[in-house]
Design a protein. Structure first.
Length: 370
């Protein structure tokens, strides 16, 4: 029983610290549109069969308040077999933004190779990578330009899921954002979301974070974070109440589970030991709570109830904070069900990972043989 208290106390303390870090990241003053000389940003977007998912991104890009003279768009096609490129070319004709459309060489494939090619063609001092299914406010690129004036090497952009789709995945994305932003603000980043990343071009070229892991088709976020941490690069956090990115959640539980298997698969190749420790902490805590809930049905005791309630309480506070900041309080309705569901989901995910199920991502095997 003492060990259970220790694990729950550690879990409670960790998320309390993450909540504190997240709160510290909030800005009391909205940034002004004058008073600073903006850098030039190159926006690199890898696309592969995105025809049906591009509209929110293109609409967001069209709505930007900042002058098109301050950024360029570089789309890199990762061998799409649909009409993605035709759609982009049609949109390019109507847009006044400086746009490049590149095609990945036949000998190369995957998101990391596409990002690499885009960066090699970029003229900006800062690189902003975006997934093809994201959307954001009209001040988003302006906010990114504002944060580049702080001359940090890597900026952490808040990313959450806010479209129609699996509600459990959306809640999970809010808690992941809490940890991503909270830990980075405390200068000990644990996570980075590949849907939106902002970093210095010269740092990327110097470090070449994808050089040893291109056989893993995804994982641009964890390998870039690992490399920047290893070389003691500087970090900055985009205030969640200033700007954040919306991305598309999985549409079904099956897609949600497959994504979880993909994430756990690429983490096996990472040396982010603190991040792996966090994963184990969350895993064991949820397994403990699941076991205690079952045990409580037969032998209810105050001590067991306190352990379970403590875990649920800190989860709820973290979720409450993020849904308020990201303006999606409707998710709170589903939070009690999520608290009960998540331990079972982690159990299923663990079993699937244990059997080493082959992961397919964008029509390809995630991890190829070298």
């Amino acid at each position: 029983m003492f060990l259970l208290y220790i694990i729950i106390l550690f879990y409670f303390s960790f998320f309390l610290i993450m909540i504190a870090g997240f709160c510290c990241s909030l800005s009391l003053n909205k940034s002004k549109k004058d008073g600073f000389n903006p850098n030039f940003i190159s926006v690199v977007i890898s696309v592969r069969n995105e025809y049906n998912r591009l509209d929110p991104l293109l609409k967001s890009l069209d709505s930007q308040s900042i002058s098109a003279d301050n950024f360029e768009l570089i789309f890199v096609d990762d061998h799409s077999s649909d009409n993605t490129i035709d759609k982009l070319k049609s949109w390019t004709i109507e847009s006044n933004i400086n746009i490049k459309i590149l095609t990945l060489e036949q000998s190369k494939k995957g998101k990391k190779n596409a990002i690499q090619k885009g960066i090699e063609s970029a003229v900006g001092n800062y690189i902003l990578t975006l997934d093809a299914d994201v959307s954001f406010s009209s001040d988003f690129i302006f906010s990114m330009l504002f944060y580049t004036t702080k001359s940090k090497d890597l900026c952490f952009i808040p990313v959450v899921e806010n479209y129609k789709g699996n509600v459990f995945s959306k809640i999970e994305s809010y808690m992941l954002s809490l940890v991503t932003i909270g830990s980075a603000k405390l200068n000990h980043p644990l996570l980075l979301n590949g849907a939106a990343m902002l970093f210095r071009k010269d740092c990327f070229i110097e470090l070449q974070p994808f050089s040893n892991n291109n056989h893993i088709l995804s994982g641009d976020d964890i390998f870039l974070l690992e490399c920047f941490k290893k070389h003691n690069k500087s970090f900055e956090v985009i205030s969640p109440n200033i700007s954040f990115v919306n991305t598309e959640p999985p549409m079904s539980y099956w897609h949600y589970l497959r994504r979880g298997i993909r994430w756990s698969g690429k983490m096996k190749f990472s040396n982010l030991h603190s991040t792996k420790f966090l994963g184990l902490l969350v895993l064991f805590t949820n397994y403990i709570v699941l076991g205690l809930i079952i045990f409580l049905m037969f032998r209810p005791t105050i001590s067991l109830f306190i352990i379970i309630a403590s875990k649920f309480f800190i989860d709820f506070i973290g979720l409450l904070l993020t849904v308020i900041i990201y303006r999606n309080t409707f998710l709170l309705v589903s939070s009690p069900l999520m608290l009960l569901f998540y331990p079972f989901h982690l159990l299923i995910l663990f079993v699937c990972s244990f059997f080493n199920i082959q992961t397919i991502w964008k029509g390809r095997v995630l991890i190829e043989k070298k």
